[in-house]
Structure formats: structure tokens, C-alpha cells
Design a protein around this ligand. Sequence first.
Ligand code: PHE
Length: 348
Amino acid sequence: MSLAEIESLLTSEQHRADTEIVAMRTLNDLEALERSLLGKTAPASLVKAAFKDLDTKERPEAGKALGAFKHHVTVLLDARRQELAAAAAAQRIAEDRIDVTMPSRPRPLGHAHLIAQVREELEDLFIGMGYEVAEGPEVETDFYNFEALNMPASHPARSMWDTLYVDLGDPGEVLLRTHTSPVQVRVMQNRTPPLAVVAPGRCYRRDTLDARHSPVFHQLEGLVVGEGITFGDLAGTLESFTRAYFGPGITSRLRPSYFPFTEPSGEFDVTCIFCEGSGCSVCSQVGWIEIGGCGMVDPNVFEAVGYDPEQVTGFAFGFGLERMAQMRFGIDHIRAFFDNDVRFLEQF
Ligand code: PHE
């Protein structure tokens, strides 16, 4: 083998190294390639045996060429070995990865009860009209629930409210309020006119449960007192409130009625939302649904709280929140509000 032959063999082996080393995909394949390039029986190793046949002057040159070849190939092999080792390590890490995240247990978020939502919406509506929100106790005395409201003991109108009494104080003295009207008295005792308040709250009556009556229910009371307040203000207030709450197309009307604490008194109806006034089974074909009672505050009530009926006038109204919600959302039985069945409550 001449020097030229040795050099050309090394050149072609180097080409092979250049193309094949980078193409190796595994450390095993790379090792096999390394053996075929630098191992004992590799062509580059076999040329060494031919050195002794070379001219002495040519031997160092052949040695240099072989050294350069080995160095070049070793550098490429090391670089590729590192790449493959890093890739193998990365793959092992990816394969060994254990997902320790646990399936989460979602906690359903609750929300306010429909009656609470209706109450808040109505409060907002009246606050927007300049009212304040007032509250009073659910356990009341005969004085606030009846007497100060122009119903002295044994007044026949007391039978309008089937009262639940509490076994406390004198017989008949302490009771569960049958309406929110006692809050009118408490507010007026503590304030001077002019005033405009709404008082939402729970009420109780010895009523048998039916589609529209429940022994526990909620009312919203309204009271406005000042100089020159008229029945027209009452009617206008109820009409704006009706439109704001039920939307356009629903309107209110007043019918003469009687309450001991208002004079004149009225019941106020709104257009039946189910038939929009044309008459249906819900409204007994009249096109209107009764919402609550109202009227001009009776002078005797003003006297009971120390207001001068010659100085001030006022109006009051009270309606049931369940009835409002039933109307607004088409709920046929009042019991749904108290059963606390989440399948019902979730819908609102
Ligand atoms: N308190 C009356 C009731 O429960 C409603 C009402 C309130 C009437 C205010 C007139 C004025 O039936």
C-alpha cells in the first residue's frame, strides 16, 4: 500500500464517518459504528500494518494522517454520544413521569334563595326611587301588630289575620307578626316625617297550605309620609314599580277595599302575566292578579305614633313576595319556596 493509497482510504473513511455518525439514532448503533471506524479490524487500523512497507520518509506523514483521522472521528463520536445520551435521559424522564394530580371534587356553589333574590331586587328598585330599607321583629306584640294599626282589642277586623300567638307575657300579648305593617309603626315612632321606607320580612299566619297560601311567607311593606302626599302619589308609585319589576306591557290597577289602618284602602292588581290581560285559568278569566293591599295612612295610626294628622299625610302598601315570585317566574305552588328542593332552587 502506497502512501497515496493510505491517504485516499483514510479520506473515504472520514467521509463515511462524517455522514454516518450524525445519522446514528441509538448509543448501541453508534458503538457499532465506532468499532467499524476505529476498531482493531477497521480499515483505518489495518493501514497501520502497511506502514512498515513505506519509505521511512513517508512514515511520519502516514502517521500524521492516521492521527488526524482518529482525532476527527473521535470528536464526532463524542459529540454524537453526548447528544444521544441527553436525548435518552430526557426520554427516560418523560417515561418515568407519574401524574400525581388528583381528580378534583367540585364543590357546587350555592346562591341566594329565590325569595331573597326577589327581596333584594325589590329593595334595589325602591332604593332607586328614594326609599330606605327598614326592619322589624318577627315576634311582635299585640300593640304593634294590631292596636297601633287602629285595631283595638276585639276589633272585628283582627279576624282578617289568623294569628299565631306565642306563649309569653299576658295571654294574646305576644304573637308572630301577621304582616309587615307593624314596621310602619316602629319606623314612625323613631323618625320624623318626611320619610319613605320599605320593610321586607317574614310573616306568619294560621293558614292552611294551598297553592297560594303558606303559614310562613314574606311581605314587603312600603310607607311614605310627608306634607301633601296624595292618593295619586300612591297610584303613581305602584304603577312605576309594576312596570319596573314586571316590564312594559304589565300595568297596575286599584280596587276599593278595607284595611283598618288605611283610609281609603285599596287592593292593587297587576295585569296577569300569564295571559297578559286576556283572561286565563290562573287569573280566573279576569286578566288581573291581586298583588297586595294599600291605602292612605289612617289618621288614627298617625295619632298612635304621635304624628299630627292635620300636618302630614301618607300612603302605605304591602304585598307578598312569594306571590310576586310566583307571578314573575310562573311558579304554580307556593310550597316550592319552602320545600328547599335544590332541583327547584337551582333554576333561579
Ligand atoms: N298589611 C296588609 C296585609 O297584610 C297589607 C297592607 C299594607 C294594606 C299596607 C294596606 C297598607 O294584608
